[in-house]
Write a protein that binds this ligand. Structure first.
Ligand code: ASP
Length: 455
């Protein structure tokens, strides 16, 4: 049996946090694969090391003097090296490696950003391995290249390649504790390529799937996943267990506790995930599993995410026109836009996309194309939308959840612009004005959790 343990940035922000992490690793001999983030924020106003590294890349890319930005990064690591009384030479090596990356990639902006961003986790993994060795453990730093973390060559947006699985599996045959940096892999032509921001969760999941771990423990700074954003509702319900599908829906809709791309690898191999708190490791945490017994409330969580735009179009007898939807989606595909949802009526259809895909110029071009190529009666774009998601496996077997949700929104004065529910019935989505999103979430939480429990 072996477990993969991933520690997020706040769990590794300083020497004190390193000590906690080391004792968590040492408390269970199954914790053999350790995936680390870069040092995160030590306090509210602090800057994450990854952001310091981005500032360093910005300075180099702009041709400015980057020495101050470089020292700011080194200082973050110095804090840890000195606090743990590690060898001073480790710090010299960090400075040299950063300088080497700058010299190597100065002329290649994409590579420069990826190589520098990846340094946060890379150097942190080296320090964690050195610290565990100092404590007498057989610990090894394993680079993503050595681990077989083979990814696509898309800077800042890496995806794991299928052949990675077999090489990662070989790590099982090695002895000791393996510390692997999160957030990046290596492409076939040997370039460092990072995952999207927050991507160490993805690395942990890939390693957990590759070594077929008995458990993927993801240590962060909360005791468990709450049913709703705790900044909106006081002491919300804590989830003890949820399914992969429920987590995927919630992560997609704004729950940042676990990266939404991180589920796929573990789902494939059915590795259970446990979200735990580094500052309170004896707590049970939240388990994410393939299936769960549906007990208690049908809804498990409520989330919302902003930054959506809808393209709304109307055409009489659209329902009789074979291939209409395909032609519409083809226009978006040709423009490189991926869509999120497509709610439709008989003579109208909406396509919901993320705002970042639709700047004003693209909007103009797309509207003209839709008008001309699909000969629609009317097409317009609506911005500033939020998607509010009510999630729970129990909804499929419970009558009246939609009625309860829509009455709650009506009572709160929130206008529902669209409703969407997939056939799995694991989630129900409401499109509302972004300005009403928080109110919508609060009223839904009240209706689905507090009122229910009071009965
Ligand atoms: N350090 C990276 C970030 O801040 C990745 C991670 O922590 O997961 O996005």
């Amino acid at each position: 049996m072996s477990k993969v343990v991933k520690f997020g940035g706040s769990s590794l922000a300083d020497a004190g946090q390193f000590e906690k992490v080391a004792s968590i690793i040492r408390a269970d001999e199954d914790r053999r694969f350790v995936v680390v983030s870069a040092p995160g924020k030590r306090h509210e106003d602090d800057t994450k090391t990854t952001d310091l590294l981005i500032a360093l890349a910005d300075a180099v890319a702009a041709g400015d003097d980057a020495s101050e930005a470089l020292e700011a990064v080194v200082l973050r690591f110095a804090d840890i090296v000195h606090g743990l009384q590690l060898e001073e030479s480790l710090l010299t090596q960090i400075r040299e490696r950063l300088q080497y990356l700058i010299d190597t990639y100065e002329q290649d902006e994409h590579r420069l950003y990826d190589a520098l961003k990846a340094s946060g986790e890379n150097e942190n993994a080296k320090l964690m391995a050195a610290y565990l060795q100092q404590l007498g453990e057989e610990a090894h730093y394993v680079s993503p290249g050595e681990a077989g973390m083979l990814v696509t060559d898309e800077p800042g947006n890496a995806r794991i390649l299928p052949e990675a699985d077999a090489s990662i599996g070989k790590l099982r045959d090695r002895s000791g504790i393996h510390v692997i940096p999160g957030f990046f892999g290596v492409s076939k032509n040997n370039h460092i390529v990072t995952f999207p921001r927050g991507g160490s969760d993805i690395s942990g999941s890939i390693i957990a799937a590759g070594v077929e771990a008995s458990l993927y423990e993801n240590f962060t700074d909360v005791d468990s996943i709450y049913s709703v954003n705790p900044s909106l509702v006081k002491s919300p319900h804590e989830m003890k267990e949820l399914t992969y599908r429920e987590m995927r829906e919630l992560a997609y809709s704004g729950f940042s506790v676990f990266h939404d791309e991180a589920l796929l690898p573990v789902v494939k191999k059915k590795v259970p995930v446990c979200i735990k708190n580094t500052n309170h490791p004896e707590g049970e945490g939240t388990r994410i599993v393939a299936t769960r017994e549906i007990v208690g409330l049908p809804v498990i969580g409520i989330a919302s995410d902003e930054g959506f735009v809808t393209i709304n179009l109307t055409k009489y007898l659209m329902n009789r026109e074979v291939g209409f939807g395909q032609r519409l989606l083809n226009i978006l595909a040709e423009e490189g836009i991926s869509f999120e949802h497509t709610p439709s009526g008989i003579d109208n259809m909406s396509v919901i996309v993320r705002e970042e895909y639709l700047d004003e110029e693209t909007e103009k071009r797309i509207l003209t194309r839709i008008q001309e190529e699909l000969d629609v009666e009317e097409v317009h774009v609506e911005r500033n939308l939020a998607m509010v998601m009510v999630v729970g496996e129990g909804m499929a077997s419970t009558v009246g959840v939609a009625a309860k949700a829509t009455s709650a929104l009506a009572a709160a004065g929130v206008n529902i612009k669209m409703i969407n529910q997939g056939s799995s019935e694991v989630s129900m989505m409401f499109g509302v004005d972004a300005a009403h999103a928080d109110q919508a979430v609060k009223s839904l939480y009240h209706a689905c959790f507090e009122k229910e429990r009071a009965l």
